[in-house]
Design a binder for this molecule. Structure first.
Ligand code: SF4
Ligand code: SF4
Length: 205
């Protein structure tokens, strides 16, 4: 029952992820912005933060696939940066996300998102890599975003949606590895309570 609750919540989060992916894809087509193949520079940042709610889809998948122990090991002994990142040996900025489909909001929007300035106008915030390789286009894209000629996904409203869906688990952000650990603990505890409840029900028969 308890994990049904997390599964329902996770499904709502995944629906939001799909919506954000569509928005990012539309912005990428309109703006012509594209990550260079194999780039993983943003995944090396020690500042990737997410809410616990956003990590529930991955936590549930790990339980489903029996991969919790290996992930806990990775979280305990892995780097302080995201443990989901696997770099190409000798090329730290090149790599892949081991759980790309379950990555949280910031990872979906990074490089392709906007924010509102004090006047309430949207502004494009490209990552450093895109600022370098697409320097000639950034200004024009930003101008179109500013005038509203181009739609851009916005980070704060996406986080507000997460807070609506996840309640307390969707409000505070933590470094991504800590958020994943917390999500695993929550799902694991729920699983234990479910098992205990099932056992007690059997004994009562
Ligand atoms: S968002 Fe920027 S740093 Fe991240 S993969 Fe794309 S180009 Fe690379
Ligand atoms: S979850 Fe994936 S996309 Fe996000 S920082 Fe980690 S490796 Fe990168």
């Amino acid at each position: 029952m308890l994990n049904q609750r997390w599964t329902r919540l996770s499904l709502q989060i995944v629906e939001l992820y799909q919506e954000l992916d569509r928005d990012v894809a539309a912005f990428a087509v309109q703006s012509g912005m594209r990550c260079p193949s194999g780039c993983g520079a943003c995944c090396r940042s020690p500042h990737v933060e997410t809410t616990v709610a956003e990590m529930l889809p991955l936590a549930l998948l790990l339980f489903e696939n029996g991969e919790v122990e290996s992930m806990l090991e990775r979280l305990e002994h892995g780097p302080v940066t995201c443990t989901q990142y696997e770099a190409v040996p000798g090329h730290p900025d090149q790599g892949r996300c081991l759980n790309y489909a379950q990555r949280p909001v910031l990872c979906r929007l990074f490089g392709f998102m906007g924010s509102r300035d004090k006047a309430g106008q949207s502004r494009y915030g490209a990552c450093k890599v895109l600022q370098t390789i697409a320097a000639d286009r950034i200004e024009a894209v930003d101008a179109d975003v500013k005038t509203g000629a181009m739609d851009i996904p916005l980070l704060i409203p996406a986080h507000e949606r997460i807070a609506e869906i996840g309640g307390p688990l969707g409000t505070d952000t933590l470094p991504i590895n800590q958020a994943l650990l917390r999500a695993i603990e929550i799902v694991g505890l729920s699983q234990q309570l479910e098992d205990l409840g099932a056992e007690e029900s059997r004994e009562a028969l």
